[in-house]
Design a protein around this ligand. Structure first.
Ligand code: C2E
Ligand code: MG
Ligand code: MG
Length: 618
């Protein structure tokens, strides 16, 4: 590219120089040559004619020089060309001038053109005729023309060299700007960022200064882009870039790497506290709402920080990888925060990578199992159903918690075959438990591009489980991103006849509006509220409010994570229908829960018989 640019420039310069020279020299030169040729032609024609005329006059008269002098002089007087005279000289055989036209110097000053012809008397040489013609006017004209053509040449040079070079230069500047900058925010792009980082690290390795890289990722940008559209998304990106810029010094580099990713290079701050201060300022700046289309939108940013330069690494790739690892840590620990890179993060990441690869094989190797936790109707303390909870028995790590592997499954797409397996097994297991209900958790990731309706109806038809005995638990996250699509999917599921429960209620963002939009069959109060009953003031009031609201919306209420009899009593007192928790039973394998169901059935039957006996004896 660069070589092409240079040869194009050289071509333009040469073309301009050649064209300008051609005009400046070629025009007067051409004029001069053409006129020279014309003048000579005329002179030759004239001297031929006159030489033969003089020869005629002198032929036949041996004393011609004395007698014919007048005629000869009249012939060469050149009276017909007073403005453009020629000097004619007739010389005798001895070279003596015998006749001459009247013109004299300075009319014949340089430059002149001379032609001579021999004169004959009866074929015998008798002298010669010399005609001298001044070219002064031709040269004067050529000189005047050369001034004009020099100006013309200079103009041509300007038009052919200066203008195209300037245009070319502007085009190159534009192309290189576009190639190096992000078109939306005008910030340097990934390529420039990388170059500057490499340069900064190279300088730092000599000077001992530290180079700090902050990797930024906007937290809820994707949701905004999906719901409000790309125009709003673009606006937010521009404003976010402005806000970040306001936190920086002019010497810092802020680049947009693409999407909602920004990176910063800061040179010279060796004190982590100062860098932390900067990160805090940026987090605060992006935590303030953005006003878009009449509504306030909170985006937030997560930041990962890594140091480069001595004594840290001077490899740009490694510094960037470290900053990304720290960013990942910030994302996982609740967003709108920052983390510095630590050595352990590498280990955590490789552990996650190996978890990922093990997870891919686990389904085929049959390492998954469903455990079931009973759900109890508080009125009468009867089991109404059980929640299916996934367990992974890893051959080396032992039991891995779903809280650890479900996010990995979601991020890698394994969630799809895994959910299909859970649904099938849960429906098949529950078939024998009539009339109890089985609850299955659905990941929000499934709502993005999986046909859940088909997946659920396949599980129902293959197992033969009546739809009303399947309950699907979703969390508020499902309704957070593409609400319209999520509601449509929920309607379709509802149409199949299954029940829908809102899981972990109270932990999301705006629970209330979603409850109005979809008729959930059940709300499950998150166990954090239940655990706080009796220890945190206000927890009971929140639980009471959720129960009342659920009832007002004609939804049953389940309390998750009930561990003490006191909690159960409070919940019962508040009118909560259902509970689930270690107080009653921990999640257990299929065999155990079936034994439990059997035992409760026997107990129920015995209780029924006892009450009948009591009635009879009464
Ligand atoms: P969840 O759906 O809210 O499930 C309830 C969690 O609370 C379960 O944790 C359960 O073991 C635990 N739990 C039940 N009673 C008590 C109690 O009294 N005290 C305490 N401290 N905990 C209790 P688990 O099995 O570790 O599951 C965690 C989460 O993983 C689940 O939360 C659910 O969101 C997810 N999960 C589990 N299985 C699946 C699955 O098959 N698919 C999907 N997508 N997610 C699943
Ligand atoms: Mg659940
Ligand atoms: Mg829950």
């Amino acid at each position: 590219m660069l070589r092409n640019d240079r040869s194009l420039m050289r071509l333009i310069k040469w073309t301009a120089a050649v064209a300008a020279t051609a005009i400046a020299v070629g025009v007067p030169g051409g004029y001069l040559l053409a006129n020279h040729a014309r003048e000579r032609g005329e002179l030759v024609g004239e001297i031929e004619v006159k030489a033969s005329q003089v020869s005629q006059i002198i032929s036949g008269n041996p004393d011609f020089w004395s007698f014919e002098g007048l005629r000869i002089r009249a012939l060469i007087a050149d009276l017909d060309k007073p403005k453009d005279p020629a000097l004619h000289r007739v010389l005798d055989e001895d070279g003596q001038v015998v006749a001459q036209s009247p013109q004299q110097e300075p009319a014949f000053s340089w430059p002149v053109m001379t032609e001579e012809r021999a004169l004959f008397s009866y074929g015998v040489p008798a002298g010669k005729l010399i005609v001298t013609h001044s070219l002064r006017s031709v040269y004067e004209n050529a000189l005047a023309l050369s001034v004009f053509s020099f100006i013309l040449g200079a103009l041509a040079y300007w038009a052919l060299r200066v203008v195209p070079l300037r245009l070319l230069n502007n085009a190159w500047m534009r192309i290189s700007y576009l190639a190096n900058h992000d078109h939306l925010t005008g910030l340097p792009n990934r390529m420039v960022f990388r170059e500057r980082l490499e340069q900064a690290l190279q300088d730092a390795s000599g000077s001992g200064k530290l180079v700090c890289v902050l990797a930024l990722d906007l937290d809820r940008f994707k949701d905004v882009n999906d719901t409000l559209g790309h125009a709003a998304g673009d606006l937010i990106l521009k404003r976010a870039a402005d806000r970040i810029m306001e936190c920086l010094r002019p010497v810092d580099t802020l680049a947009r790497l693409g999407g909602d990713e920004f990176n910063i290079i800061r040179i010279g701050d060796a004190d982590p506290a100062k860098v932390a201060e900067l990160a805090e300022r940026i987090v605060e700046a992006l935590d303030r709402p953005f006003r878009v289309e009449e509504s306030d939108i909170v985006i937030g940013v997560s930041i990962g920080i890594a140091m480069g330069g001595r004594p840290e690494t001077c490899d740009a790739g490694e510094v960037l990888k470290n900053a990304d690892l720290a960013l990942y840590k910030s994302k996982r620990s609740g967003r709108a925060t920052y983390h510095f890179y630590r050595e352990e993060m590498n280990r955590e990441m490789s552990a996650r990578k190996s978890l990922e690869s093990d997870l891919r094989k686990a389904l085929v190797k049959g390492e998954f199992e469903l455990h079931y936790q009973p759900q109890i109707r508080l009125q009468g303390q009867r089991i109404t159903g059980a929640e299916a909870l996934l367990r992974w028995h890893h051959p080396k790590r032992g039991n891995v918690s779903p809280a650890e592997f479900i996010p990995v499954a979601e991020a890698t797409g394994i969630i799809r075959p895994l959910s299909e397996w859970v649904l099938k097994v849960a429906c098949r297991d529950a078939l024998a438990w009539s009339p109890l209900v089985v609850a299955v958790n659905l990941s929000p990731a499934l709502f993005q591009n999986v046909d859940i309706e088909a997946m659920v109806s396949r599980a129902l038809s293959e197992s033969g489980l009546p739809a009303e005995r399947l309950e699907l638990e979703i969390t508020e996250d499902v309704l957070m991103s593409d609400t319209a699509n999520a509601l449509a999917v929920l309607e379709k599921l509802k149409a199949l006849g299954v029940q829908i429960a809102m899981d972990d209620f109270g932990t999301g963002y705006s629970s209330l509006s979603y409850l109005r939009q979809f008729p959930f069959d059940k709300i499950k109060i998150d166990r954090s509220f239940i655990g706080d009953i009796g220890t945190h003031e206000g927890a009971q009031a929140i639980v009471q409010a959720i129960i009342r609201m659920g009832h007002a919306l004609k939804m049953r209420v389940n309390a998750e994570g009930v561990e003490t009899i006191e909690q159960a009593n409070v919940l019962f007192g508040e009118g909560c229908e259902e509970a689930q928790g270690y107080l009653y039973a921990r999640p257990m394998p299929k065999r155990d829960i079936e034994t439990l169901f059997q035992a409760t059935r026997v107990l129920d039957a015995a209780a029924g018989e006892a009450s009948q006996l009591a009635v009879r004896s009464a």
